[in-house]
Write a protein that binds this ligand. Structure first.
Ligand SMILES: [Zn+2]
Length: 492
């Protein structure tokens, strides 16, 4: 059973009255009894252009926030007649979008980032995150801290460890430990039961499992109402996996299903998986070998007709392409405006490391093959055209994804891949909410929804990189001014 949403404690806003309502705009003082509609709301944003993926752009609106919820979205042309709010923001010339999601994060992956990540996310307007892999003993305390009353942190949803096969890629040996072994059906059932008991919001299916284990994971998680995220297992075709998955990551292994010789390659992969023993190396070594052997040749053997079948089989599965990662060689973060500022907001040790790495990359020869990046952009464009749902996730802090900042890079990459800016916003707002069945609760700016909002000084529909022009953030009903946001993160 999914754990309940963190409740949003009523926040008394005492800071920053950017613009006080004129006396004429205020109604008579009302008593403050709970539930009384004439009681003072926490926040009013006046004269703002409201933008969300369902309702489009609405100009000249008043957005009222109270008790952690959006109390009203109405025309600002009619004077406010309710009680004077605790805080008011002038929204003229500004744009209000729903709080953003990073749909693919790893809170426990790099300990240098862990403590700073929640504030770094908020600083960049990310008010919800989905942790797609971490050991429970590390993730559970992080989630508890983020959900504590008054904590400055996004809403958080988590999977616990990757459910990997007999050989584990992220085994804590050759790579950080974020996966556990699921070699057989019995273990699959036991693992899902244990994770459900621990309160995970979904499960993450990984690459080394067998088709039998995959089927057992589907059955057990269905029985518990847990949605599934994951990679296409190496032993299966994307078209056979998609219909049983609510989301898939990185477009990983989909390239093989789009290749003319996919069936033959699948047989080779299965044989290699069967033959592998621990003497041959770590699980990560086998996975890397299989990717090296099949990825680029599959791209070269692309078959449009076959790929159309693949895409059709994925029509109900949210694709999280982590395009900024797949296309790191095409649009590296160290070449972007805002990279240095974002490093300033990062923990000092990791920030210094990444700054130096970025500097080396900037001045050195291009280090990465861009074939798969270009293919990924092309494929996501085709998928979008075919109506496949797409969500924005970064894999932060993996692959130089600065927490928070990197989500904006991902939005830019989605637009470069063929989504229009409003569709890119959909990928980071209502689409992730749908995965958890929370689209009635969040993801758009409508009365009754949870108050997670980002105020921008420039129009994101004109240029998606304007999502970085953040003036203020509302998280769980609490207003964070630009000055407050500046002080947040790990760079203090
Ligand atoms: Zn990941």
């Amino acid at each position: 059973m999914p754990h309940p949403l963190p409740s949003s404690p009523r926040t008394k806003l005492t800071t920053l009255l950017i613009a006080l309502l004129g006396a004429g705009g205020c109604g008579p003082d009302a008593d403050s009894s709970a539930g009384d509609t004439s009681a003072a709301p926490d926040l009013i944003i006046e004269e703002v252009t409201v933008i969300d993926a369902v309702n489009g752009a609405r100009e000249g609106m008043r957005v009222v926030v109270d008790e952690g919820r959006i109390a009203a979205v109405e025309s600002a042309a009619t004077p406010w007649e309710g009680a004077e709010p605790e805080a008011t923001m002038a929204g003229e010339g500004a744009y209000l979008i729903p709080g953003l999601w990073d749909f693919h994060v790893h809170l426990s992956y790099d300990a240098r980032f862990t403590d700073a990540m929640p504030e770094m996310f908020l600083r960049y307007g990310i008010t919800s995150v989905r942790d797609t892999g971490g050991m429970l003993d590390l993730v559970l305390p992080i989630v508890e801290r983020m959900e504590a009353e008054g904590a400055l942190a996004p809403r958080v949803f988590f999977a616990g460890p990757l459910l990997d096969g007999e050989h584990v890629v992220y085994d804590g040996d050759s790579r950080p430990e974020i996966g556990i072994t699921t070699p057989d059906v019995e273990t699959a059932r036991a693992n899902v039961a244990r994770l459900a008991e621990a309160g995970v919001d979904f499960i993450k299916v990984y690459e080394m499992i067998t088709p039998e284990v995959f089927a057992a994971l589907v059955e057990e998680s269905d029985a518990r109402g847990l949605p599934r995220d994951g990679h296409v297992p190496l032993s299966m075709l994307a078209r056979d996996v998609g219909p049983s998955m609510q989301s898939l990551e990185h477009l990983r292994n989909i390239e093989m299903d789009c290749a003319a010789d996919a069936e033959a390659r699948l047989e080779q992969r299965r044989a290699a998986l069967d033959a592998w023993t621990t003497d041959d190396g770590a699980g990560g070594d086998l996975r890397s070998a299989l990717h090296s052997e099949h990825r680029l040749p599959s791209v070269a053997a692309f078959d449009a007709e076959r790929c159309a079948e693949t895409i059709a089989a994925l029509s109900g599965t949210i694709q999280v392409p982590t395009m900024r990662l797949n296309a790191l060689g095409i649009a590296p973060p160290w070449m972007r405006d805002g990279w240095d500022t974002a490093l300033d907001a990062s923990p000092a040790d990791a920030g210094a490391d990444w700054r130096a790495a970025g500097e080396r990359q900037r001045t050195g020869p291009p280090a990465r093959d861009t074939t798969f990046g270009a293919f990924s952009m092309h494929l996501i464009g085709m998928m979008h055209e075919a109506g496949v749902p797409i969500a924005a996730g970064t894999d932060t802090p993996i692959g130089f994804a600065i927490p928070g900042f990197s989500l904006h890079n991902e939005l830019d990459m989605l637009v470069r891949s063929g989504l229009d800016p409003l569709e890119a916003l959909r990928a980071a707002t209502i689409r992730p909410a749908e995965f958890f069945g929370l689209d009635d609760e969040m993801g758009t700016i409508e009365a009754g929804k949870m108050a997670d909002l980002v105020l921008l000084s420039a129009n994101p529909l004109d240029d998606i990189t304007n999502t970085l022009a953040i003036e203020a953030v509302v998280t769980k009903g609490r207003l964070l001014s630009g000055a407050e946001l500046e002080g947040m993160g790990g760079g203090r």
